[in-house]
Design a protein around this ligand. Sequence first.
Ligand code: PLP
Length: 305
Amino acid sequence: MLPPADWQPRAPLESLHLDWLTRAGVEVAVLRLDLIDPLISGNKWFKLSGYLAAARQAGAEGLISLGGAHSNHLHALAAAGKRFGFPTVGLLRGHPVQTPTVGDLQAFGMELHWLGYGGYRARHAPDFWASWQQRYPHLHGVPEGAGGLIGARGCGVLLDQLSEQLPALGWDDYHGCWLAAGTGTTLAGLVLAEAGHRPVYGALAVPTDHGVAPLVTAILEEGGAMSPAFELIDACRGGFAKVDPALLGFIEQSEQQSAVPLEPLYTGKALLALQEQVSAGRFVPGTRLVFLHTGGLQGRRGFTL
Ligand SMILES: *Cc1c(COP(=O)(O)O)cnc(C)c1O
């Protein structure tokens, strides 16, 4: 069965203790999307939630989607299928490989089809979904990464969750959110929900020419955003999935100080970009920021940290 409409996991908000924040007089709280559920992790759940609602409305029994052999998106989908007992099908890029992620997808009961590279590139063709829909008429199709306005809207609830938890930290407000951006869908969801009240900072995990800005703008326009306030910051360190010793050292040090686990592709790069901006004096003392831990820790098994 699909999860009930009112099932929503909650991300805990915690203060983040790091020496460079203390030195700058900047306070940061982390919204731990990596801790929402024992099986499901990260922003991908929230991006999926709108598609789950659409699937319920369409009377579908389960979901079918696409991704790569390390995909956090397919991982979250397969985990949700396992958690609630609904069928999931994953269409994978490339040729069969056994990664820790793929092992989990199989263990969660996701049915996998490897499309090759050419077959995967065809995913934007107008007739791509028709044959899969014919084969799996009881499943609802979800675009790669659960992007678009439907995916973005599902992330709006995160602002409610963090606002509710501010008093427990002794905060009456915050000045902005900082998070890793891949497609920018999650960022767009926060910008829509903020409605111009506070800026949202997106630390780009992909190069600046990957079309994130136009995609975010398109989602915001479609969502009718009033006075959108956001900024994209280059955080990719030479390319998506490029990892360097300084980054790995920073992650190790941050984990030792804060006990918050990070991975190198998104959350580690996003926090390092924040450290660079804070150290450069970007935020005045007394600034309070919320760092969204978008999850992704399952993908870390592909790396030796
Ligand atoms: C997918 C992902 C992101 C990027 O989310 P977008 O909505 O595509 O910007 C950030 N962090 C992690 C851990 C992710 O898995």
